[in-house]
Design a protein around this ligand. Structure first.
Ligand code: ADP
Length: 383
């Protein structure tokens, strides 16, 4: 509790844009987020009042950080589960817990657990020997390419390989990276189902969205997923709710899904505010960032319904150096589209790096999408 305000102190491990936007939500709830940041110029460290510099792999730093926090949570999934378990054993309210977050850290454990729970997943197997990928292809009568994934540490498509044949498969296994392999799913498109769960067990589900990926990076999110049948939307939401309950998640759970002719399959789990939920800041009655805070503090959940019939979020990636300044680009964008809502993360521009996003709300998905994409491209390229 912060004695100055009588309101809780929430600590977030990691100083990226997710912590920055969570901080923004915390302000409205009368809180100031405490941030454990690697560097003083990380996205959230630039704006939060209570910043501790330290690294998430350092148990002593985490212990010190957690002192006086009513709840501790994460802006990424890289804190070792042993550290999370140690803090929980010492009485720290740290969410999601070690027993849940492991399924967002380790793709093999995630696939094993989802299989146990009977969730729909692509055919897959762990890889240990050079021949395992080829054997998998032969065993299931698949055609190449298949998808190999690093068990740990991948993000934004890094750690995902489309493997075209036996030779490439053997080369990849030869690098020594722990891998799983799965069939290449014939995607109609990708969806995401976002839910939040509190320690009390209340669960709230957001409308299911379509996510558009380019080179493994999410570039657009369309809410609600256009043309998704009510039946499939309910199935996806129920699946996410069931997983949040079964895995004991506290906070947000984003379930990344593949939609195919044969139905939906789970691709990935994330247990934190997620890129597929940035649209909720303007596009839903409660933003995912506020919802995450409410969940880890065991407050009742906020309303999740759409604030407009069509909402599109487009990511702003760092463009090539040169051209007019980002500040000048903003001037032009605001002149051109006063309704575009811009979020910049205070990050140094590097080509392909997520440096911000734009959200547009409106009545017609086609128009809204065109505006959001145009705005993001303008900020990215300045042309
Ligand atoms: P990351 O953890 O880097 O986000 P993902 O497992 O989500 O990696 O994969 C990144 C992207 O690769 C997915 O969004 C999807 O477009 C594609 N992909 C991943 N797995 C498969 C698969 N089994 N079949 C087809 N495409 C896939």
């Amino acid at each position: 509790m912060d004695n100055r305000t009588g309101l809780p102190v929430v600590g977030m491990v990691g100083g990226g844009q997710l912590a920055r936007m969570t901080h923004q939500a915390a302000i409205a709830l009368g809180q100031s987020l405490r941030v454990l940041s690697e560097k003083a110029d990380d996205s959230a460290a630039l704006v939060a009042a209570d910043v501790r510099i330290g690294t998430h792999t350092d148990l002593a730093a985490l212990r010190e950080f957690a002192k006086g926090c009513d709840a501790v949570t994460f802006d990424h999934e890289h804190v070792p589960t042993a550290h999370i378990a140690a803090l929980a054993a010492e009485g720290v309210k740290i969410y999601p817990g070690a027993e849940a977050i492991v399924f967002a850290q380790d793709k093999q454990r995630m696939r094993e657990r989802l299989a146990e729970l009977g969730a729909p997943i692509p055919r897959w197997r762990p890889v240990t020997d050079t021949s395992d990928i080829s054997d998998f292809v032969a065993e299931h009568g698949l055609s190449w390419p298949v998808v190999a994934k690093a068990v740990r540490g991948g993000y934004d498509g890094r750690g995902v390989w489309m493997v075209g044949g036996a030779e490439a498969a053997a080369d990849l296994v030869g690098t020594g990276t722990p891998l799983i392999v799965e069939e290449r799913v014939p995607l109609r498109r990708e969806l995401a189902a976002l839910v939040a769960r509190s320690p009390f067990g209340q669960v709230a589900a957001y409308p299911v969205v379509e996510t558009v990926q380019q080179d493994g990076i999410c570039v657009e999110v369309l809410a609600p997923a256009p043309g998704l049948s009510e039946a499939l939307a309910v199935q996806a939401q129920q699946l996410a709710i069931d997983l949040a309950n079964a895995l004991g998640v506290v906070g947000l759970l984003a379930v990344e899904l593949f939609e195919t002719e044969a139905g939906i399959f789970v691709n990935e789990l994330a247990m934190r505010p997620h890129n597929s939920g940035h649209w909720t800041i303007e596009g839903a009655r409660t933003s995912q960032f506020e919802q995450h805070l409410r969940a880890v503090l065991d407050y009742p959940m906020g309303e999740t319904s759409l604030a407009a019939p069509a909402v599109v979020m487009a990511n702003v990636l760092g463009g090539q150096p040169g051209g007019i300044s980002i500040d000048e680009r903003l001037h032009h964008l605001f002149a051109e589209d006063p309704g575009a809502r811009v979020h910049l993360y205070g990050k140094q521009v590097r080509p392909g790096r997520k440096i911000g996003h734009v959200t547009v709300c409106g009545d017609d998905m086609t128009t809204v999408r065109a505006r959001a994409v145009r705005a993001a491209r303008w900020l990215q390229e300045g042309s």
